[in-house]
Ligand binder design. Sequence first.
Ligand code: KG4
Ligand code: ZN
Length: 343
Amino acid sequence: MNKTKKTLFTDTPVELNDNSYIFAIESSCDETAGAIVQGGRKVISNVVASQIKTHEKFGGVIPEIAAREHLEAINVVIDKTFKEANLKPEDIDAFAGTVGPGLVGCLLVGLNAAKTLALVHDKPFIGVNHLDAHVSANFIDTDIKPPFIALLVSGGHTQILDVKSYSETQIIGETLDDAVGETYDKVARLIGLPYPGGPKLDKMAQKGNPHAFKLPEAKVGEFDFSFSGLKTAASRLVKSFNGKDIPVEDVCASFQECISETLIKKVKHALEVKGYKQVVIAGGVAANSEIRRKIFELEKEGYRVNAPQMKYCTDNAAMVASSAFFFDNTFDDIDVEVFSRVK
Ligand code: KG4
Ligand code: ZN
């Protein structure tokens, strides 16, 4: 894989190849992250400063506080990323940063730092879409290449993507209301689990009976999702116990069964309709034990299945560097502005 970008001041072509180092920053939500990745697949350093402790007491991310925490962390994260890699800014071939979607005040901190590094060192700058970055986590330490179907499940997004090539991705289905991660966090909160509840609900679910309660699956478009009905049903179920002896593990397991079944059924349908033989999973919820187990069952049907390593599922900058290297639908313009939602 070779492509050419240009330096910012001297307009000199820089060829990105398998030996090139890309330094990236991610700051779209509550993680300040830096990484250096070689040739899009080999992680040289990966630093993540999480703000979970700060937001835990509020039960969710407070954007203004998150932005200020990014400001405090950013320089430390950048220094650590270079130190861990034993590299200097002069060794870097291009600098990348997340442009959106995300919290605007948070994105500004990381993006401006990435742009500044590119300007100061006269290197190419590559802006990256956060959702493309989640999908790109699948390129790390693998040899997987498009075309494939991607199931993107994060705190803010739930999509089925047709990744036709490095330059063409089409959203073929998405949630009409809540994202999967958001649904997990809201249901977790109902049963008293602290933010972010998704991973904790997953742990509880592993100890429960997935068939204890039947929860509803929404009837929507062939590749689309809707989770607001499931959320309401889970809330009614919890309330039906009047605060006494809630079988938390069984509730969690039944909820997890309903959501994972729906996701995998639609992914399988997408694979059949598109005729692809490869499928990947991406986003924070790709760390979920049951969703991973069910998607890997597709291997028995002859599909190649890939899931990022756990540390590359939730927000990190290695996936941003990988996306900057592989995907052409990047924003490699120093004047690019942050955006909060996909347009
Ligand atoms: O991708 P991500 O780090 O941030 C966004 O871009 O949104 O995803 C965070 C989401 C949170 O909602 C979190 O609860 C969920 O991913 N999550 C999980 C698990 N690990 C993280 N949800 C269910 N099971 C998990 N094991
Ligand atoms: Zn994310």
